[in-house]
Design a protein around this ligand. Structure first.
Ligand SMILES: [Zn+2]
Length: 70
């Protein structure tokens, strides 16, 4: 999963649906940066399931349609 941080910002984004997802001037990492400050909007998008572009925190996949709580 790609993380992006806009130049001059300390906040990392991981959801491409985020309105603040950096597209021009940013640092990019393949994994979650150490001590990262993660974007609140990215987090809420992810938690609410609104983020549909492979933006899932951690290794577990919560988007599986067959993830049926018993
Ligand atoms: Zn964000």
């Amino acid at each position: 999963m790609e993380y992006r941080k806009e130049h001059g910002s300390n906040t990392w984004h991981f959801c491409q649906d985020c309105s603040e997802w950096p597209t021009t001037s940013y640092n990019s990492r393949a994994g979650e940066p150490a001590n990262a400050k993660l974007c609140d909007q990215c987090r809420s998008l992810n938690v609410s399931g609104s983020c549909r572009k492979n933006c899932v925190v951690g290794d577990h996949d919560t988007r599986r349609p067959d993830a049926n709580p018993a």
